[in-house]
Ligand binder design. Structure first.
Ligand code: SAM
Length: 271
Protein backbone atom coordinates (compact mmCIF):
# COMPACT_ATOMS: atom_id res chain seq x y z
CA UNK A 1 0.00 0.00 0.00
CA UNK A 2 1.45 3.36 -1.01
CA UNK A 3 0.95 5.99 1.66
CA UNK A 4 1.15 9.75 1.22
CA UNK A 5 3.88 11.22 3.40
CA UNK A 6 1.99 12.65 6.36
CA UNK A 7 4.77 15.11 7.26
CA UNK A 8 4.56 16.68 3.82
CA UNK A 9 3.10 20.14 4.56
CA UNK A 10 0.35 19.88 1.96
CA UNK A 11 -0.66 16.41 3.20
CA UNK A 12 -0.75 17.61 6.84
CA UNK A 13 -2.91 20.60 5.89
CA UNK A 14 -5.23 18.37 3.91
CA UNK A 15 -5.63 15.98 6.87
CA UNK A 16 -6.33 18.84 9.29
CA UNK A 17 -8.95 20.29 6.94
CA UNK A 18 -10.57 16.95 6.23
CA UNK A 19 -11.00 16.14 9.92
CA UNK A 20 -11.76 19.77 10.86
CA UNK A 21 -8.87 19.68 13.31
CA UNK A 22 -6.99 22.53 14.91
CA UNK A 23 -3.81 22.01 16.84
CA UNK A 24 -4.72 22.05 20.54
CA UNK A 25 -2.36 24.38 22.37
CA UNK A 26 -3.07 22.84 25.77
CA UNK A 27 -1.86 19.48 24.50
CA UNK A 28 1.33 21.03 23.11
CA UNK A 29 0.38 20.12 19.56
CA UNK A 30 2.97 21.24 17.00
CA UNK A 31 2.87 18.78 14.14
CA UNK A 32 6.04 18.01 12.17
CA UNK A 33 5.76 19.18 8.57
CA UNK A 34 9.26 18.34 7.42
CA UNK A 35 9.85 14.82 6.04
CA UNK A 36 13.62 15.35 6.19
CA UNK A 37 13.45 15.92 9.94
CA UNK A 38 11.32 12.79 10.36
CA UNK A 39 14.00 10.85 8.48
CA UNK A 40 16.80 12.34 10.55
CA UNK A 41 15.04 11.43 13.80
CA UNK A 42 14.47 7.84 12.63
CA UNK A 43 18.13 7.62 11.57
CA UNK A 44 19.31 9.08 14.88
CA UNK A 45 17.33 6.41 16.72
CA UNK A 46 18.91 3.74 14.44
CA UNK A 47 15.52 2.15 13.95
CA UNK A 48 15.41 -1.34 12.45
CA UNK A 49 12.76 -4.07 12.17
CA UNK A 50 14.09 -5.58 15.43
CA UNK A 51 13.00 -2.56 17.44
CA UNK A 52 10.08 -2.09 19.78
CA UNK A 53 9.41 1.63 19.91
CA UNK A 54 7.34 3.71 22.28
CA UNK A 55 6.22 6.98 20.74
CA UNK A 56 4.74 9.61 23.02
CA UNK A 57 2.18 11.83 21.33
CA UNK A 58 1.41 10.37 17.90
CA UNK A 59 -0.45 13.46 16.70
CA UNK A 60 -1.66 12.74 13.17
CA UNK A 61 1.10 10.17 12.65
CA UNK A 62 3.91 12.15 10.97
CA UNK A 63 6.76 10.64 12.99
CA UNK A 64 4.92 7.35 13.59
CA UNK A 65 4.89 6.78 9.85
CA UNK A 66 8.68 7.19 9.63
CA UNK A 67 9.12 4.63 12.42
CA UNK A 68 6.72 2.17 10.79
CA UNK A 69 8.37 2.61 7.39
CA UNK A 70 11.68 1.65 9.05
CA UNK A 71 9.99 -1.58 10.14
CA UNK A 72 9.69 -1.02 13.90
CA UNK A 73 6.89 -2.30 16.08
CA UNK A 74 5.38 0.92 17.38
CA UNK A 75 3.28 1.55 20.45
CA UNK A 76 2.07 5.14 20.35
CA UNK A 77 0.40 6.95 23.22
CA UNK A 78 -1.88 9.88 22.44
CA UNK A 79 -3.99 11.89 24.88
CA UNK A 80 -6.24 13.65 22.37
CA UNK A 81 -9.42 11.61 21.92
CA UNK A 82 -10.05 13.17 18.52
CA UNK A 83 -6.91 11.67 17.00
CA UNK A 84 -7.55 7.88 16.96
CA UNK A 85 -10.05 8.33 14.12
CA UNK A 86 -7.45 10.30 12.18
CA UNK A 87 -4.64 7.82 12.83
CA UNK A 88 -6.89 4.95 11.81
CA UNK A 89 -7.00 6.50 8.38
CA UNK A 90 -3.52 8.03 8.03
CA UNK A 91 -1.78 4.85 9.21
CA UNK A 92 -4.23 2.35 7.67
CA UNK A 93 -2.45 -0.70 6.32
CA UNK A 94 0.63 -0.46 8.51
CA UNK A 95 1.10 -3.56 10.60
CA UNK A 96 2.85 -3.58 13.97
CA UNK A 97 1.15 -0.41 15.14
CA UNK A 98 -0.79 -0.11 18.34
CA UNK A 99 -2.35 3.03 19.73
CA UNK A 100 -2.97 3.64 23.42
CA UNK A 101 -5.30 6.54 24.07
CA UNK A 102 -4.44 8.21 27.36
CA UNK A 103 -2.10 10.38 29.36
CA UNK A 104 1.43 8.96 29.23
CA UNK A 105 2.05 10.12 32.80
CA UNK A 106 -0.83 7.95 34.06
CA UNK A 107 0.22 4.76 32.31
CA UNK A 108 2.24 1.88 33.69
CA UNK A 109 5.01 1.98 31.09
CA UNK A 110 6.84 -1.12 32.32
CA UNK A 111 3.65 -3.14 31.81
CA UNK A 112 3.09 -1.53 28.43
CA UNK A 113 6.66 -2.17 27.23
CA UNK A 114 7.80 -5.42 28.93
CA UNK A 115 10.83 -5.95 26.64
CA UNK A 116 13.80 -3.67 25.90
CA UNK A 117 12.59 -0.76 23.78
CA UNK A 118 13.48 2.59 22.29
CA UNK A 119 11.60 5.80 22.85
CA UNK A 120 11.16 8.21 19.97
CA UNK A 121 9.04 11.30 20.49
CA UNK A 122 8.38 14.85 19.49
CA UNK A 123 7.41 15.71 23.05
CA UNK A 124 4.62 18.02 24.14
CA UNK A 125 6.65 20.89 25.60
CA UNK A 126 4.35 21.62 28.57
CA UNK A 127 5.34 18.35 30.29
CA UNK A 128 8.77 17.59 28.82
CA UNK A 129 10.61 17.33 32.13
CA UNK A 130 8.03 15.09 33.81
CA UNK A 131 8.05 12.75 30.81
CA UNK A 132 11.86 12.63 30.67
CA UNK A 133 12.10 11.82 34.37
CA UNK A 134 9.48 9.12 33.93
CA UNK A 135 11.38 7.61 30.98
CA UNK A 136 14.64 7.54 32.94
CA UNK A 137 12.97 5.55 35.69
CA UNK A 138 15.17 2.66 36.73
CA UNK A 139 12.29 0.15 36.40
CA UNK A 140 11.94 0.71 32.66
CA UNK A 141 13.76 -1.22 29.97
CA UNK A 142 14.30 1.77 27.67
CA UNK A 143 17.67 1.47 25.92
CA UNK A 144 17.67 4.62 23.80
CA UNK A 145 15.54 7.74 24.16
CA UNK A 146 15.40 10.11 21.21
CA UNK A 147 13.33 13.19 21.87
CA UNK A 148 12.54 16.51 20.30
CA UNK A 149 12.55 19.14 23.04
CA UNK A 150 12.97 22.90 23.26
CA UNK A 151 16.60 23.82 22.56
CA UNK A 152 16.91 25.33 26.02
CA UNK A 153 15.85 22.01 27.59
CA UNK A 154 18.31 20.13 25.35
CA UNK A 155 21.06 22.39 26.63
CA UNK A 156 20.06 21.77 30.24
CA UNK A 157 19.93 18.00 29.69
CA UNK A 158 23.49 17.96 28.34
CA UNK A 159 25.01 20.76 30.47
CA UNK A 160 28.26 20.18 32.33
CA UNK A 161 29.27 21.54 35.77
CA UNK A 162 30.33 25.18 36.18
CA UNK A 163 27.67 26.51 33.82
CA UNK A 164 24.53 28.42 34.73
CA UNK A 165 22.25 25.91 33.02
CA UNK A 166 23.70 22.86 34.80
CA UNK A 167 21.05 21.72 37.25
CA UNK A 168 18.97 18.89 38.70
CA UNK A 169 17.71 17.92 35.23
CA UNK A 170 21.29 17.63 33.89
CA UNK A 171 22.22 15.34 36.79
CA UNK A 172 19.03 13.25 36.48
CA UNK A 173 19.57 12.69 32.76
CA UNK A 174 23.32 12.07 32.90
CA UNK A 175 23.03 9.76 35.91
CA UNK A 176 21.24 7.27 33.73
CA UNK A 177 22.27 8.10 30.19
CA UNK A 178 24.92 9.35 27.83
CA UNK A 179 23.02 12.37 26.47
CA UNK A 180 23.92 14.31 23.32
CA UNK A 181 22.22 17.04 21.37
CA UNK A 182 22.24 15.94 17.74
CA UNK A 183 20.65 18.77 15.72
CA UNK A 184 18.42 21.82 15.95
CA UNK A 185 15.04 22.13 14.29
CA UNK A 186 13.64 25.54 13.32
CA UNK A 187 10.05 26.60 14.13
CA UNK A 188 9.08 26.42 10.42
CA UNK A 189 9.37 22.62 10.54
CA UNK A 190 6.16 22.48 12.59
CA UNK A 191 2.52 23.40 12.15
CA UNK A 192 1.76 25.60 13.97
CA UNK A 193 5.34 26.86 14.48
CA UNK A 194 6.34 26.95 18.16
CA UNK A 195 7.83 30.16 19.54
CA UNK A 196 11.21 28.55 20.16
CA UNK A 197 13.88 26.55 18.33
CA UNK A 198 13.78 22.84 19.06
CA UNK A 199 16.52 20.22 19.29
CA UNK A 200 16.75 16.48 19.00
CA UNK A 201 18.56 14.82 21.88
CA UNK A 202 19.64 11.21 22.08
CA UNK A 203 20.03 9.51 25.44
CA UNK A 204 21.80 6.15 25.42
CA UNK A 205 20.64 4.59 28.63
CA UNK A 206 23.39 3.03 30.70
CA UNK A 207 24.06 1.78 34.20
CA UNK A 208 24.60 4.56 36.75
CA UNK A 209 28.35 5.22 36.99
CA UNK A 210 28.52 4.53 40.75
CA UNK A 211 26.72 2.76 43.55
CA UNK A 212 24.52 4.99 45.65
CA UNK A 213 21.15 4.98 47.35
CA UNK A 214 19.40 6.62 44.41
CA UNK A 215 16.50 8.15 46.32
CA UNK A 216 18.90 9.77 48.76
CA UNK A 217 21.28 10.85 45.97
CA UNK A 218 18.50 12.75 44.22
CA UNK A 219 17.32 14.23 47.51
CA UNK A 220 20.80 15.73 47.93
CA UNK A 221 20.89 16.92 44.32
CA UNK A 222 17.47 18.59 44.51
CA UNK A 223 18.20 20.21 47.88
CA UNK A 224 21.54 21.58 46.70
CA UNK A 225 20.08 23.05 43.50
CA UNK A 226 17.06 24.67 45.20
CA UNK A 227 19.55 27.13 46.70
CA UNK A 228 22.11 26.96 43.93
CA UNK A 229 23.81 30.24 44.88
CA UNK A 230 24.66 28.96 48.36
CA UNK A 231 27.74 26.89 49.18
CA UNK A 232 26.94 23.25 49.82
CA UNK A 233 27.96 23.73 53.43
CA UNK A 234 24.91 25.98 53.77
CA UNK A 235 22.45 24.50 51.27
CA UNK A 236 22.98 20.97 52.66
CA UNK A 237 23.45 21.99 56.30
CA UNK A 238 20.36 20.05 57.39
CA UNK A 239 22.18 16.81 56.47
CA UNK A 240 24.99 17.59 58.94
CA UNK A 241 27.69 20.25 58.62
CA UNK A 242 30.34 18.05 60.25
CA UNK A 243 29.84 15.30 57.71
CA UNK A 244 30.01 17.77 54.82
CA UNK A 245 33.33 19.07 56.15
CA UNK A 246 34.80 15.55 56.19
CA UNK A 247 33.22 14.36 52.92
CA UNK A 248 36.24 15.14 50.78
CA UNK A 249 34.16 17.50 48.63
CA UNK A 250 35.13 21.16 48.94
CA UNK A 251 32.37 22.61 51.21
CA UNK A 252 32.68 26.09 49.72
CA UNK A 253 31.59 24.91 46.28
CA UNK A 254 28.04 25.43 45.01
CA UNK A 255 25.74 22.79 43.50
CA UNK A 256 26.55 24.02 40.01
CA UNK A 257 30.26 23.23 40.56
CA UNK A 258 29.71 19.59 41.54
CA UNK A 259 30.10 16.66 39.18
CA UNK A 260 27.84 13.61 39.36
CA UNK A 261 30.67 11.81 41.16
CA UNK A 262 30.95 14.63 43.74
CA UNK A 263 27.24 14.28 44.48
CA UNK A 264 27.74 10.53 44.88
CA UNK A 265 30.57 11.07 47.33
CA UNK A 266 28.42 13.47 49.34
CA UNK A 267 25.41 11.15 49.27
CA UNK A 268 27.48 8.23 50.53
CA UNK A 269 28.93 10.28 53.41
CA UNK A 270 25.74 12.10 54.41
CA UNK A 271 23.53 9.02 54.35
N1 SAM B 1 4.31 13.18 16.92
C1 SAM B 1 3.52 14.21 16.29
C2 SAM B 1 4.37 15.00 15.33
O1 SAM B 1 5.61 14.91 15.46
O2 SAM B 1 3.82 15.69 14.49
C3 SAM B 1 2.88 15.15 17.34
C4 SAM B 1 3.86 15.88 18.24
S1 SAM B 1 3.11 17.13 19.26
C5 SAM B 1 4.53 18.12 19.62
C6 SAM B 1 2.85 16.34 20.83
C7 SAM B 1 1.72 15.30 20.85
O3 SAM B 1 1.63 14.79 22.20
C8 SAM B 1 0.35 15.85 20.52
O4 SAM B 1 -0.27 15.04 19.57
C9 SAM B 1 -0.42 15.82 21.84
O5 SAM B 1 -1.81 15.64 21.71
C10 SAM B 1 0.26 14.65 22.57
N2 SAM B 1 0.19 14.73 24.04
C11 SAM B 1 0.16 15.84 24.81
N3 SAM B 1 0.12 15.52 26.11
C12 SAM B 1 0.15 14.16 26.18
C13 SAM B 1 0.09 13.24 27.26
N4 SAM B 1 0.05 13.65 28.54
N5 SAM B 1 0.10 11.92 26.97
C14 SAM B 1 0.14 11.50 25.66
N6 SAM B 1 0.17 12.33 24.62
C15 SAM B 1 0.18 13.66 24.86
Amino acid sequence: MLHPIIADPSVTKHILRRFKLRAVKNFGQNFLIDPQIVRKIVDTAEISPEDDVLEIGAGIGSLTQGLLEAGARVTAVEIDKKLPAVLKETLAGYENFRLIVGDVLQLNLSELMPRPFKVVANLPYYITTQILLELLNRELQATKIVTMVQREVAERMTAVPNSKIYGALSVAVQFRADARKIFDVPPESFLPPPEVTSSVVVCDVQKPPFTVDEDFYFKIVRTAFVQRRKTILNSLASFGREKILTSGVNPSLRAENLSLADFAQLANVLK
